[in-house]
Every structure is written in structure tokens, then in C-alpha cells.
Ligand binder design. Structure first.
Ligand SMILES: NC(=O)CC[C@H](N)C(=O)O
Length: 385
């Protein structure tokens, strides 16, 4: 068997000018990477040194232009196994120095080719450190990437960026979630049935549950309490997802019914924000968010610190220093980010429900938080006894 020839990224074959324009007018010039054309979104940065395939296919990045802080991206190409969903969701992709050759035994093509095939416009060769520092100082903001031989005048490009929709107030889950219910079977003996509401679910999440003997019924984002109870679940799960949690009124109402019935509940990321809102806490937009696979979080129930994968631009506003009274009994902040004290998890004390703002499914990322899936299984076990 002969090894496939290394693939050459487009930027190596032909150099096409590209420009990135932020809504405050700051501009970076580089070269087209991936598809040639134009795109708009919210500029955010991701600090992961690896895991770009999982990042690009995470539906929570819908309508975001992701800037990679790691300088070299694309080294391991693109494979047929690591996608977290059916397509790339980022609105655009920004890298400094694209790998000139994809080299990995699983690689089927280069990252550049995959971006181009899926029509994802990117830019390379720009100072991503300067761009990241700008976003840290000024906050996440709208951005446009434009590539091609003839680009419009800067003032015209800027005007178009300023007309693009904002992330605050964006209701996006239904644009990425499944429209049909499907079942992920338990691996080995089946112990529990879970109704998982898909708000933009990553493929690894039902897999992590299946590994623990859970049969996962993945339901569309607009599922009702009736749909959930039709699968006769031992537990209910709400997934990660794109957009502003303040728009998720339907899901908040559904979750209140679930909490009222005392069914065990676990939420991840958007699911954590929905639990927060269902309990009566607010959510707010962070200045520039947490995105990466090296964020320190403390589990305040054990005191342990874990290194975790994050992708969130909003957060729950809840008191860190006291137990709160909610319509579903007492609740407390169970996890906190040690970088900035942002709420990273909620625990109900009188109702079998908890959630985390980060990604225990770890795709990509360290496996420190895998115990949370065990906690969910124990919670379901406890409710049965
Ligand atoms: N990964 C997620 O679920 C993100 C939740 C939400 N869209 C946020 O940005 O905070």
C-alpha cells in the first residue's frame, strides 16, 4: 500500500489577496484561505493548540468568525472521523501560518481544501496576536472577510460589516439542530433512557452517555415536554448551542416543566444557561468569551481543579458566595472559572438537576471533566432507588 501523496493547500498554489475588516474599522490584510468570497460574523478567538476539526464542526460556532491564536494550523489535515456534526459551522476562519503540507495517517485532505469544498471563507497570513489583543481590549465584535482579485474600497467594506447582524439577541439553535428525532444506542447493556434536546449538539456528547449505558433520544430544539416524556426518559439533557440564551424562552419553559416533575436533568453550555434562566438567574454577554481547551475550572463541591474545554460567549449571572432560593428550591454555583470567576456550573440542592458551562465531552480537550457524565448516571440511579 502506498501512502497518499501530501496535499498542497490552496494558499500554496495561488495567492489571492484577502482583507479582514472589524466593525471598529481596524483592518488586516492577508491571503485567501479556504473558499474565496466574503463572509460576516462575530469575531472570536480560540486558544486551542489542537482540535481544529472539532472546533470547526461545533454547531455552537454558527455565525462566528474564529481566530486561532495558535500560529500554525492545519498540520494534521482533515480526516473522516473527528467531525462533531455534519458540516463546518464557523462563518469564517482566521489563521496566521497555514501548514503547507498535511501530515497525519488519518488525513484525507488538507484543511484548506476542506474549507474550500464546504464554501467556508478564511484568511491567512495575518498577525493573529495583534487581532486577538484587539478583541481582548475592545471585546468580541462583528467582522467581515473579503477575498478576490478586486476588492471594494475599505469604506464600503466597513459599511457592510456594520450592517451585519449582532450576536446579542440572536436566536440560532433551530438553524443548526436536527429536525428529526434519532436514537444513539447504549454501548453494552442499556441502563437508562435519556431525552436529549438538540440545541446544536456535538456528536461526542451522546457518545459519552452511550458509553455509560445510556440510550440517547436526540430531539429537535423545539421539542415540547410532551415530546420529551413520550420517550419515557430516566433523565433529560439540554445540549450546547449557538446564539443568545436570552432568546431561548421556549426551552426555558420546557425545562421548568421538567424540573417541576423532578426528572433528573443535566445541561451543557447553552443547557447550563437555560437551567440558569429557568431558576430565575440572568444571562449576560461576556466581553470576549472563553474558547479553548485549557481553561482552569474549580469544582466547588470537591475543591478539585480541572483543565477544561470551553466555547461560550455568554454566562449565567448568579451569586458565588451564597445559596440562592429559586422556584425549584435552593441552588448554588458549583463550578467557577479560575481565570475570571465566571460561573461555570450550577447545582440544584432540592431538585435533581445540575449543569456546566464548559465541555465535559472534551472534543477536543482534556478528559478531566468526564466525571460529570458519571454524576448524571448516578443522579438517574438515585432517583430510581
Ligand atoms: N457552546 C455553547 O453552548 C455556547 C452557548 C452560547 N451560545 C454562548 O456563546 O455562550
Amino acid at each position: 500500500m502506498t501512502a497518499p501523496a501530501p496535499t498542497k493547500p490552496r494558499s500554496w498554489r495561488e495567492r489571492v489577496p484577502a482583507v479582514l475588516v472589524l466593525e471598529d474599522g481596524r483592518t488586516f490584510r492577508g491571503e485567501a484561505y479556504g473558499a474565496i468570497g466574503e463572509t460576516f460574523g462575530e469575531a472570536v478567538f480560540n486558544t486551542g493548540m489542537s482540535g481544529y476539526q472539532e472546533t470547526l464542526t461545533d454547531p455552537s460556532y454558527h455565525r462566528q468568525v474564529v481566530v486561532m491564536t495558535a500560529p500554525q494550523i492545519g498540520n494534521t489535515g482533515w480526516n473522516d472521523e473527528d467531525d462533531e456534526s455534519k458540516q463546518i459551522w464557523v462563518a469564517g476562519y482566521v489563521v496566521r501560518d497555514p501548514a503547507r503540507v498535511a501530515s497525519n495517517w488519518r488525513a484525507k485532505r488538507s484543511l484548506d481544501e476542506e474549507l474550500a469544498d464546504q464554501g467556508v471563507v478564511g484568511i491567512s497570513g495575518i498577525d493573529t496576536r495583534a487581532l486577538t489583543r484587539h478583541l481582548r481590549e475592545r471585546g468580541a465584535m462583528r467582522v467581515g472577510i473579503f477575498s478576490g482579485e478586486r476588492l471594494a474600497e475599505p469604506a464600503e467594506l466597513l459599511a457592510r460589516v456594520q450592517q451585519a447582524p449582532e450576536m446579542k439577541g440572536a436566536d440560532l439553535c433551530a438553524e443548526v439542530a436536527t429536525t428529526e428525532t434519532y436514537v444513539v444506542p447504549a454501548i453494552g447493556a442499556k441502563k437508562f433512557t435519556v431525552a436529549a434536546v438538540d440545541l446544536g449538539i456535538k456528536g461526542m456528547t451522546p457518545h459519552r452517555m452511550a458509553e455509560r449505558g445510556i440510550e440517547v433520544h436526540v430531539l429537535p430544539a423545539n421539542a415540547t415536554a410532551e415530546d420529551i416524556y413520550a420517550v419515557n426518559p430516566d433523565g433529560v439533557f439540554f445540549s450546547n448551542g449557538p446564539g443568545d440564551p436570552a432568546t431561548a424562552d421556549h426551552q426555558v419553559a420546557v425545562l421548568r416543566e421538567v424540573l417541576g416533575r423532578g426528572t433528573p436533568f443535566f445541561g451543557i453550555c447553552f443547557g447550563n444557561q437555560i437551567l440558569g434562566r429557568a431558576l430565575g438567574f440572568g444571562t449576560y454577554k461576556l466581553k470576549y468569551g472563553h474558547r479553548g481547551i485549557n481553561q482552569p475550572v474549580q469544582d466547588r463541591t470537591t475543591g478539585k481543579v480541572e483543565v477544561t474545554a470551553h466555547n461560550h460567549g455568554f454566562a449565567v449571572e448568579a451569586p458565588l458566595d451564597k445559596v440562592s432560593d429559586t422556584p425549584f428550591g435552593r441552588a448554588e454555583v458549583s463550578h467557577v472559572c479560575l481565570n475570571d470567576d465566571v460561573v461555570e456550573g450550577l447545582q440544584c440542592l432540592d431538585t435533581p438537576a445540575f449543569s456546566v458551562q464548559y465541555h465535559p465531552e472534551a472534543a477536543a480537550g482534556p478528559h478531566d471533566a468526564a466525571y460529570l457524565f458519571d454524576r448524571f448516571a448516578q443522579l438517574m440511579e438515585g432517583q430510581r432507588a
